[in-house]
Write a protein that binds this ligand. Sequence first.
Ligand code: C2E
Ligand code: CA
Ligand code: CA
Length: 595
Amino acid sequence: MQKPLILVVDDDPAVRLLCSETLGQSNFIVKESSNGIQALEIIDEITPDLILLDVIMPEMNGFDACSLIRKNAKFEHTPIIIMTGLEDIESIDKAFDAGATNFITKPINWTVLSHNLRYIHRSSTVLKELHSSEQRNLEIQKELRDQQIALDHMAHHDALTGLPNRILFNEHLTRAISISIRKGQKLAVLFLDLDDFKWVNDTLGHHVGDELLKEFSKRLNDALRSDDYVATADDNIITRFGGDEFIMILSDIKDEFGPCAAAKRIIESVKKPFIFSGREFHVGASIGISIFPTDGDNAEMLIKNSDVAMYHAKSLGKNNYQYFSEDLNNTVSNRLDMENKLRSAIANDQFFLLYQPQINIDNGNISGIEALIRWNDPETGLISPVDFIPIAEDTGLIMQLGEWLINEVCRQNREWQDAGYAAIRTSINISNVQFERQDLTGVLSHILEAYNINPELLEIELTERIYMANPERTSKILAELRARGITIALDDFGTGFSSLSYLRHYPIDTLKIDRSFICEINVSSDGEAVIEAIIQMAHAMKLKVIAEGVENHKQFEFLKQKNCDSVQGYYLYSPLPAEKIEELLRKIKPINNSL
Ligand code: C2E
Ligand code: CA
Ligand code: CA
């Protein structure tokens, strides 16, 4: 066994000499140092197994030297024995506080010293071994754990792209399906196969093929990341299914058009050339789409049907996508046609407005008119706003359309005023999408000013959903509009989720009771009671009430009896073209044209 190395630190040369002598004889190798600072330098170079420290020394005392040595990780477990000249408790306490292992008192009993030190050394060696084997155990455990994790990852991921593999995908899809069932959501499975990948692999080699797959999986990730239809985007939605096959889950899709937008973006991203070692390559992608629950209620069916749809896409030519269901393919292609037509309709000015009078129930006067948009398509004829407003919203075209509408309403209003007719208040339907994305206050102020229209002649109609979506922003904008004199009506009241008391916090002037309630008049007494309650509560909140969709005399009479303020509906007037409104205006004497 190697001889233990001991460092003796003492400013008294006699003590050092005696230590060297006695300990040397007892098979210790002794290194000497005359003060603490020097000792610290020495232990930089040698690693003693034991340190013997005097307390009172010039420059640095034994306590300070002891705590500095202990701070060095190398000496964390090395026995340090402090030699105190004084047998006082205080310095013994101090020695232990400084991290000493033990102490011996001076004068030193030389015969006992080497026995003492050998005992201390031996026990410290045993302790050290124990400690290191414990350490080793922990290391082994960690290694095993890391290996397990790595193996697990390998078993569930594709080595080349790092994407999840089939096994993991099945788990994810099964889980995504059960979440969709629980939440009543739809999801889409996209099956993608690269076009011409085999050619790249065969002619340019596997190395190029591998690079291409890696680069492609990155593009795929980017194309899906930006997708607002992937509500539950996590790292596992994309899977490498086989050689050049990829499969994706889009969870919580709003409608069937979401996956088609994602597929289009993927195809666009593949169209850009791939460049490796200065050469350009082109590939394409064929995508098949299956939808849960329509095209299957389990993972296997959805995968199989998306695969079938992918083959269909390939057969129709490359860089293409197809839904599994033919109905959906038709719906989507009609929708795309509609989108394109809508774009050109805006460019070609194919829209016009009808105006439906709102009648004051007490005196029968026109209290205002509501502008309702129409699309006159040269091929199809008149298209209802119910059919094209949602598309305009999804495509963002509603912003242009909405601005056109505000402009047209103000232009018409100015024309009537200039012709000497009584100024009439016009209501404009504002889409939630327009409200959320546009600076409505800015747009309205600008147009009102351009036509020199009193803002009090404008009312905007919003639906309840706008209050739910972003309450703070909504309140702020409504307050701004109100401050400018524009009035606010809550459209389709009763069809949303909000209660009257909830709406108390918002600035609203008018409540429009939805037609679905008015239909209940004379049909259901419960329905009638609800209408009556709405009118009473609205009046308590100082709101005016308009009933929408009044179609007959009985409804009119009921509403009159219940003190509804105004009515709108076929019973009185259908939506009318501007000329017909002009005829009505002609009958009204201009009372206050400053309005
Ligand atoms: P809305 O705002 O609730 O408009 C009332 C709808 O009820 C209008 O349909 C109107 O023609 C119809 N209507 C009026 N009286 C009666 C009646 O007595 N019985 C029945 N059954 N219906 C009646 P329209 O013009 O087809 O508009 C439908 C919806 O499209 C509107 O519902 C509104 O949400 C939207 N819309 C119409 N014009 C615009 C617009 O300029 N901008 C925006 N953002 N949306 C518009
Ligand atoms: Ca309306
Ligand atoms: Ca309405």
